[in-house]
Design a protein around this ligand. Structure first.
Ligand code: LLP
Length: 415
């Protein structure tokens, strides 16, 4: 459930009509609902209430400072993949002691900064990375808490670009090699074994891949115990899917119940790294119809948002609902391809959408709160969109629209 609903025929974010936001801040514009974000975060936190746990929101889904601040105020942890995300979390008031650091390519200066701040855990993805972290920590005279990200070789049943837990993927340590690498980690200086980590993919709509992965991780936990290596947490990663159209993913409560059953009374904490399930349906992309272009083959509606603003439809053939801001708007009925101004045939937000449109109409692309703005670019020299957060009957500009001067900031002519 989210807080984007029609009231008196007007699509609203909480109590604010989107039309008012378009008038105040222009289009294209991302709009987030604070109440929805909080609701989704609590759904995870409540679901795991019975056991020690940490919800580490995956910052890559949406890293706007206002989003991070809202979650930090709830006591959220954060899953980061770069020093940039680390500094954002700290800037937004997140606690270093609740940060886990994922990603296959951590640089020494990123490790150093994370160690200075005292993050909760490094999720290590290779032997070479483990050795590097040992060196960096030893040089600083500190101990780095580590989990090995294990690749359990399960098929997440999702789009190949966002499936990460198969042995042919670049992610994690093959589960068959994990035991030996844990033994090595135990011997290396500057490291303290803290957990086991796993993330098998994104937009999962079934529980079984999660549970298959968990079974394999628990076998590893037992084998580690036989070697005298104990862990204090199991990080199950993110990946729980959302409803874009008619998917019926498990709820956080169903997910937590199934996980708890498998864990029985094992004595370690559970970390989870949800991104999409917290942010996706807490945001929409607001756009305006510039032109209608009926052709013999197709009806096109050319809007002012494009693949540079929201790349998911182009990149993953993702389907996101596109709905009118004015509920009963009447214009030209058609089955429209909603396309942007970018010079690529792949620049579309949706295809074959039954809508009644006129130029100037406002449309909302739903489920855009995750992997929307964070994947935006300046392609075609398009300034990135404004971002607004609604909190009840207040709307706050949380990121200014980029200016034309921003486009070439830092560029120089040669003499
Ligand atoms: N943890 C790790 C280590 C990850 O790599 C990811 C996502 C997450 C957590 C969060 O997963 P989530 O709960 O959001 O599914 N751009 C794609 C999604 C890429 C996901 C990458 N990793 C999309 O728009 O569908």
């Amino acid at each position: 459930m989210d807080h984007f609903n029609y009231k008196n025929g007007q699509l609203c974010a909480e109590d604010i009509p989107l039309r008012e936001i378009a008038a105040a801040h222009g289009t294209p514009c991302y709009i987030y609902s604070r109440a929805t974000l909080e609701r989704h975060w609590h759904a995870f936190d409540d679901a795991f209430a019975e056991q020690p746990h940490l919800v580490c929101y995956a910052v890559k889904a949406n890293s706007n400072l206002a989003i991070l601040d809202v979650l930090a105020r709830l006591g959220s942890g954060f899953d980061i993949v770069s020093i940039g995300e680390l500094e954002r979390v700290i800037k937004a008031g997140g606690k270093a002691g609740r940060i886990v650091f994922s990603g296959v390519g951590k640089r020494p200066e990123e490790m150093q900064r994370a160690l200075e701040l005292g993050i909760r855990c490094f999720n290590i993805e290779s032997e070479a990375e483990l050795e590097r972290l040992s060196q960096v920590a030893t040089a600083m005279g500190v101990e780095a808490p580590v989990a090995l990200r294990v690749n359990p070789d399960v098929d997440a049943g999702t789009h190949p670009y966002i499936s990460t837990g198969l042995k042919e993927n670049k992610f994690g340590i093959p589960i068959g090699e994990a035991l030996a690498l844990y033994e090595k980690a135990a011997d290396l200086p500057g490291l303290k074994i803290s957990g086991i980590d796993c993330h098998i993919g994104s937009q999962l709509t079934e529980l079984s891949p999660f549970l298959d992965a968990l079974d394999r991780l628990l076998l590893l936990v037992d084998r580690l115990a036989e070697k005298g290596i104990s862990i204090d947490h199991l990080d199950l990663g993110g990946g729980l899917g959302v409803t874009y159209r008619d998917e019926t993913p498990p709820s956080p409560a169903e997910y937590a119940r199934a996980v708890s059953q498998k864990l029985a009374d094992r004595p370690f904490g559970i970390f989870i790294e949800p991104g999409r399930a917290i942010a996706a349906n807490a945001g929409v992309l607001l756009t305006r119809v510039e032109y209608l272009k009926p052709t013999q083959e197709k009806d096109f509606a050319i809007v002012d948002a494009a693949m540079n603003d929201l790349i998911r439809p182009s990149l993953y053939q993702a389907w996101q609902a596109i709905i009118p801001v004015e509920q009963n708007a009447t214009g030209r009925d058609g089955s429209y391809d909603i396309v942007g101004p970018v010079c690529e045939t792949g620049d579309f937000l949706g295809k074959d959408r039954e809508l009644s449109l006129s130029p100037g109409d406002l449309l909302a692309v739903r489920s855009s709160g995750a992997y929307g703005f964070t994947m935006a670019s300046n392609y075609n020299s398009r300034p990135r969109a404004a971002e607004v957060m609604v909190d009840g009957n207040q709307a706050y500009l949380v990121r200014e629209r980029e200016t034309l001067a921003d486009l070439y900031r830092g560029e120089h002519l040669i003499p």
